[in-house]
Each structure stands twice: as structure tokens, then as C-alpha cells.
Design a protein around this ligand. Structure first.
Ligand code: MG
Length: 379
């Protein structure tokens, strides 16, 4: 068993707390409460009907954004627990890491961003996640949003990158120039481990990847395949594939643990404050795991994300998002009542973007066909 990094764990005494003060709970820590608030949020439930990579219309076996989120949380909690970090802070961040995703995965995010840029504005799913937990979720009589702790909100806005002072004026309160604690740093790589291995699995099931292709592109895959063939000569192809996949997850998670322990040792950090002040993130893969991860990523880009079927799917999604965005922009009176009120204080493009970003794939399709294809509606 590894010794972990208990000295680098986020210290409860440093908790900056909630925007609206609340008394402590009798038996749940602040981060456990944040985790529970995220699980009970509407935005969390909507993840079930949001595409991860493969649209739900293709098969019920593929990950959606909710099952992906659960896989990220499982991996992240393992890493946090072995490193002796605050597992609840990590779990809250893992469960919330994708709640800001619009419908249709990256195609949806890119198209909303493209629409917003024509108004000199932007769409980013991490920023949108912050708006959800700060404003859009309405579950409390005393305050808007979920009133999450500062640390969870900071982890949300620094999910994939850090920012310098002055770079993002709206995020000035979230310690620009400083790294987030290790509990937050590990989410991004747990996310990568989860989706690279899961997309390999789903891509194989979808028939987009061949074994030869995977063996040629990723030496780690080829090694594990050879092991599985020797060890389980009578197993089916699918069973051997699962054996390889499990070993790949293990290789990446172990590489993440070792890489982080090495980085912590060589950087001589002694506390969470040192982690924050260190010029780069300390959660990282060993060079071997980084190479395996990069090879998988490259393979997936070529064989899965770049496959004609998924490229065509994304093109259609982008066109439909653009069309619905333009429709609401020109006919804001067709927005639901809860979105017409903010039109008085915010520009229409922002309100339309918020409305579409919150939609599930299924709700988007229904809205699109009701408003833009009324002739195709079943009578
Ligand atoms: Mg993710």
C-alpha cells in the first residue's frame, strides 16, 4: 500500500465556506453535503439524456454523460483515497464535472460557442456549470443555486485549466494564479482515463475499431492483448477485450498515482498551500502512462471521433443547434416564460444560450421538431 500524501490533503480548517452562511450539519462534512446537493440537482439528472460520444439512438450499451460521470467518480475516488486526500471533495467535483455540458457533447459546445462569438461573448461548459450551481438550480428558499463551498466552485471553474490574474475578470474571486488543491487537480486526468478507456470499449462494440488497429496504434494494448490470449485461450473475443480494457484502466490509474507521488516528492511541497503556489499542477501521469494515454487518444481521434458516422452526426447536431439558436434569437416570445423574464436584464443571445445549454438531447429534439419541423409532427 502506498503511503499517500496526507500532508497535502485539503485541510478542513482552511475551508472558505459558502456564499450564504449555513450552520454545520450534524454528521455530514461540508464536502459531503456538496456532493449530495449535486446528486439531487436537476442538472445532474439531465446528464442521463445527454450524449457522451455515441448518441443513445445507436445502442443502450453505450455510455451516456451520467454513466460516464459515475465512472469518473469511481476512478477519482480511488485515486483520492490511495493518496489520502479528501475523498468527498473529489467525489463532489467528479459528480459535477460535466453538469455544464450542453446537448450533443462537444458538437453542442462548439456550436454554442460559435453562436456566442458573433456577439463578442463565449460559451464554455465549465463556466456554464458555475452558473448552474450559482443561479439556475432553485432548491432553497433562502438563496439561489446550491450554495456550494468555495472549494467546490473553484474546482469547477479550474476543471481543465488554471487562469492568471486579470485573465478572467469574472472569476477573480477564485484565486487566479494559484493551482487548485490536489483533490481538484486529479479530476481532469480521472476524466481522461474514464473516457479514453470507455470510448475504446464503446468504439469496439460499435465496430469502429479493429483489434489490429488498436494493437498497432497502442503498444500497451498490444502487450495486454498478448497476455490475455496466452492466459485465456478459450475466452471469447469480447471477454479478452474486457481483460485488456481492465488492465489498461489499471495501468493508467497506477501511472497517475505514481506520477503524482513522484511529482510531489521532487517538488518538495509540504502543504496544500505549497501545492497551490507551485507553478504547475502536480497531479500527473508517469511518462509510461502518459505515452499509453496519448496513444489511446490518438487512436480514438482517428478511428472513433473522426469516423464518418460520428462526423456526420456532429454536423447534423451543429446545424440543428444553430437553427434553434437563431429561431429563438429572432422570436424570443417563443421562449418559455421563465426565460422571457431574464430578457429584461440580459442580452437575448445569453438567455437563448442558457436555455439551449440546459436542454437534454431528447428535449432538444422535441423542441426542434415542434418549432422548426411542425409538418413532420405526428398528428
Ligand atoms: Mg467528462
Amino acid at each position: 500500500m502506498l503511503r499517500g500524501l496526507p500532508e497535502l490533503r485539503f485541510p478542513a480548517a482552511q475551508l472558505r465556506g459558502r456564499r450564504y452562511p449555513e450552520p454545520d450539519h450534524l454528521y455530514r462534512s461540508p464536502f459531503q453535503r456538496d456532493r449530495d446537493r449535486i446528486i439531487h440537482a436537476r442538472a445532474f439528472r439531465r446528464l442521463e439524456n445527454k450524449t457522451q460520444v455515441f448518441p443513445a439512438s445507436l445502442s443502450d450499451h453505450f455510455r451516456n454523460r451520467l454513466t460516464h460521470t459515475i465512472e469518473v467518480s469511481q476512478i477519482a475516488r480511488t485515486v483520492a483515497s490511495v493518496l489520502a486526500l479528501d475523498e468527498s471533495l473529489t467525489e463532489a467535483l467528479a459528480l459535477g464535472h460535466d453538469i455544464g455540458h450542453p446537448p450533443f457533447a462537444h458538437a453542442g459546445e462548439e456550436e454554442l460557442d460559435r453562436q456566442m462569438r458573433s456577439f463578442g461573448d463565449r460559451f464554455d461548459h465549465n463556466r456554464h456549470a458555475l452558473r448552474i450551481v450559482e443561479t439556475f438550480e432553485q432548491r432553497y428558499a433562502r438563496f439561489p443555486g446550491l450554495n456550494l463551498t468555495f472549494e467546490v466552485r473553484e474546482g469547477i471553474v479550474k476543471h481543465s485549466r488554471d487562469f492568471a490574474p486579470g485573465e478572467e475578470p469574472e472569476l477573480d474571486e477564485y484565486l487566479p494564479g494559484l493551482r487548485p488543491p490536489l483533490e481538484a487537480q486529479l479530476i481532469d486526468l480521472a476524466d481522461e482515463i474514464a473516457y479514453n478507456t470507455a470510448d475504446l470499449d464503446d468504439g469496439f462494440s460499435a465496430g469502429l475499431l479493429s483489434l489490429d488497429d488498436a494493437c498497432a496504434a497502442a503498444p500497451a494494448f498490444a502487450d495486454f492483448w498478448e497476455q490475455a490470449e496466452t492466459q485465456f485461450p478459450g475466452a471469447t473475443l469480447r471477454q479478452r477485450f474486457q481483460e485488456v480494457l481492465r488492465r489498461l484502466v489499471d495501468l493508467l490509474v497506477s501511472g497517475l498515482l505514481e506520477g503524482t507521488l513522484d511529482a510531489a516528492a521532487s517538488s518538495h511541497v509540504r502543504s496544500c498551500d505549497d501545492v497551490r503556489a507551485f507553478p504547475s499542477r502536480l497531479v500527473r501521469f508517469t511518462p509510461e502512462a502518459a505515452a499509453a494515454n496519448a496513444a489511446l487518444k490518438q487512436l480514438l481521434h482517428r478511428a472513433v471521433y473522426g469516423s464518418p458516422a460520428l462526423v456526420a452526426e456532429r454536423t447534423v447536431s451543429r446545424e440543428r443547434i444553430a437553427a434553434l439558436f437563431q429561431f429563438f434569437l429572432h422570436s424570443p416570445e417563443r421562449l418559455p416564460e421563465t426565460y422571457r423574464e431574464p430578457l429584461e436584464s440580459q442580452p437575448a443571445h445569453r438567455v437563448v444560450c442558457d436555455y439551449i445549454a440546459g436542454m437534454t438531447d431528447r428535449f432538444f429534439e422535441r423542441t426542434y421538431s415542434d418549432l422548426l419541423e411542425p409538418e413532420s409532427r405526428p398528428s
